[in-house]
Design a protein around this ligand. Sequence first.
Ligand SMILES: [Zn+2]
Length: 123
Amino acid sequence: MTTKYVKEVVINVFCDTRKVAQAIKIAVVVGTILNIINQGDYILHMTFDKINFAKLILTYFVPFFVSTYTAITISLDLKIGDRAMVSTNLLCKTCKTHSHVQKNDIIPQCPKCKLLGKWKAVN
Ligand SMILES: [Zn+2]
């Protein structure tokens, strides 16, 4: 996997409003649950002087980045039959056959290995 490929996939994930919106929804739900677990007594009794607001805000970032990281990891995987997120050269991990895919093209099977082949992005 090349750095250029990873960078392009990361940029694509952060530019995908559906994926970012989903990460925000997860952050709101999970972050709220984590804040209730961590500082629920202070929030419930409205003892605002005891609430650590830096921790409260940071708690929302954790599920956001976990969700985004998961979306990136899934997007990096070149699954046969999926649409390519970016244009890249392909190398079959099984038989070392080279191929190329353009952005939004369907990722093909390896012509030698068929469905048993697994692609890796290369320069
Ligand atoms: Zn192959």
